[in-house]
Design a protein around this ligand. Structure first.
Ligand code: BES
Ligand code: MN
Ligand code: ZN
Length: 512
């Protein structure tokens, strides 16, 4: 991640970014009335002289800068310093507006090595958090090939410059809130980028054991952070037969990772379960090429929950949180599980496998059942890239949320909105549950009639939540886990969806 710092010094070389807000008025008090409608206005002057500000002001009017979040305009001044002024819209000036501004700035200034942002002296910590997360998330790159000088960003250093004098102690105090916001943004962005890295990794590199190793490596020797990797023998012993069946045809056998952050004094226990299919061929019910080619992303939820726990540890959140990731590769082979097989789950319930491509719910069922029986969760939340139906219902950016607990549902939805991710609550329609009846097993893994595929998947999972049913939520993030193109703070490919939402929500639970 690039170097992002708070300063009191406005650099005189490279790009100086000046925030612009929409609305009436321009910088100068005596602007002509006709110039005061609906156009952008500079929010702060960034140490420029009166004369220079006059020029900038004229430019803002000339280009009709709207000040909307993420709109950028460049004013080159080749013979002077700073040699480029970047006018960046911050919209309402709330966290989301600053986040868009940060993302736009990272894109516009990617050819510079350094960039300074003129922050208003009264910028709230949320502004610092927003712009920092926007910059860090938008400048993320995943690349396995050599350098690509045409496309690799050069930007290495961004300074957020506050007006004032570095020398006086009193002046530094207001920066304390900004420093804390920057540290929070960094932990969140690092966790999100970790999840993106894992999810972008091709499936000839990543497999269940590989994923587990990355988590162990990332956990390091952090105090109060424990990680356990369970192998197939342990899984067989504990009754994870569904997970083992899904992964049976692969040369890379299943694993279960438990990553637990348990700081002293924290009592409430949140358990996060994430689907970790390192590649989904569909199994014997083989996916066609176009549906299969991106299925390396089918462990995006496992990556998100593991990253969220790492983030909680980095932020030292006073809440106990455990990530549980059932990991398997849904391969095709002579020993593959078949349509019509019946598999037994942790706790004893059985599923009739009517579709080997509905594998995510099978592995989540084992993990949810294990969590509710053995981990004593106060809250149980699962995430999965579970259904194409989620995309049909809500489109590419909004995840589907299911819960019987209104407080939990609104808590997660509010956290998502605040974090810049989106969820929409969908109903657990009891009447559809009968479509999951099986003649020979406790439940079938697909519904007998079509429609509402994300709903019936959630209803299936609900059967495995045991005594945690009323404190459980399910997030289907099939579509938002991936972005077909770079857009604001999302880069093309894995988005790390869920990390920001979960960390926001956990921070709220911890009273922050
Ligand atoms: N991993 C897929 C769901 C998916 C599809 C995620 C597209 C991301 C993008 C899941 O395992 C799957 O195959 N679901 C099936 C369920 C069906 C067989 C009931 C689906 O959605 O088609
Ligand atoms: Mn599948
Ligand atoms: Zn899948």
């Amino acid at each position: 991640m690039l170097d992002l710092r708070l300063t009191r010094q406005l650099r005189t070389e490279g790009t100086l970014a000046l925030p612009v807000a929409p609305g009436n008025g321009t910088l100068s008090q005596d602007a002509p009335p006709e110039a005061t409608d609906d156009r952008g206005r500079l929010v702060c002057g960034g140490g420029l002289t009166e004369a220079e500000l006059g020029e900038v002001d004229a430019f803002v009017r000339d280009i009709d800068h709207p000040g909307t979040a993420g709109t950028t305009h460049l004013l080159p001044r080749p013979t002077r310093q700073p040699s480029r002024l970047l006018l960046v819209g911050i919209g309402d000036g709330d966290e989301a507006g600053w986040r868009s501004a940060g993302a736009a700035l990272a894109l516009s200034a990617r050819r510079d090595e350094a960039c300074t942002v003129a922050m208003p002296g009264d910028a709230a910590p949320a502004a610092v958090r927003g712009i920092s997360e926007g910059i860090w998330l938008a400048s993320y790159r995943y690349r396995l090939g050599g350098d690509d000088p045409d496309r690799d960003p050069k930007l290495r250093e961004v300074s957020l410059a506050f007006p004032g004098d570095d020398q006086t102690e009193a002046d530094l105090d207001p920066m304390a809130g900004a420093a804390e916001a920057l540290a929070t943004a960094k932990a969140v962005a690092e966790a999100t980028c970790f999840a993106r890295d894992l999810t972008n990794t091709p499936s000839n590199i990543k497999n269940p054991a590989w994923f587990a190793e990355r988590v162990v490596e990332a956990a390091g020797a952090t105090p109060y952070l424990a990680v356990e990797v369970r192998d197939p023998a342990w899984l067989a012993d504990q009754g994870f037969t569904a997970l083992l069946s899904v992964g049976r045809a692969s040369n890379h056998q299943p694993r279960l990772v438990r990553l637990a952050w348990a700081p002293p004094g924290a009592t409430r226990h949140v358990v996060l379960v994430g689907k970790g299919i390192t590649f989904d061929t569909g199994g014997i019910v083989l996916k066609p090429r176009d549906a299969m080619k991106l299925m390396r992303k089918d462990m995006g939820a496992a990556a998100a929950v593991a990253a969220a726990v790492l983030g909680a540890a980095a932020l030292r959140l006073p809440v106990r949180v455990t990530a549980l990731t059932p990991l398997a590769e849904n391969a095709i082979g002579a020993d593959a599980y078949r349509p019509g097989d019946v598999v037994r789950h942790v706790g004893g319930l059985t599923s009739e496998v009517l579709d080997t491509d509905a594998e995510g719910r099978l592995v989540l069922a084992d993990a949810l059942s294990y969590a509710s029986r053995s981990l004593e969760p106060d809250v149980l939340v699962d995430l999965g890239t579970l259904t194409g139906a989620q995309h049909v219902a809500l489109g590419r950016r909004t995840a589907a949320l299911f819960s019987e607990d209104d407080t939990l549902a609104s808590g997660l939805a509010d956290a998502a909105t605040a974090a810049g991710e989106f969820v929409w609550r969908m109903p657990l329609v009891d009447e559809y549950a009968e479509e999951l009846r099986s003649d020979i097993a406790d439940i079938a893994n697909i519904a007998s009639s079509s429609g509402g595929g994300a709903v019936t998947a959630a209803l299936y999972l609900r059967e495995f939540t045991g005594s945690a049913r009323s404190r459980w939520a399910h997030l289907d993030m099939s579509a938002p886990a991936w972005s077909e193109a770079a857009s604001a703070e999302l880069t093309k490919g894995a988005t790390g969806w869920g990390v920001r939402t979960l960390l926001r929500w956990l921070s709220g639970l911890a009273g922050r």
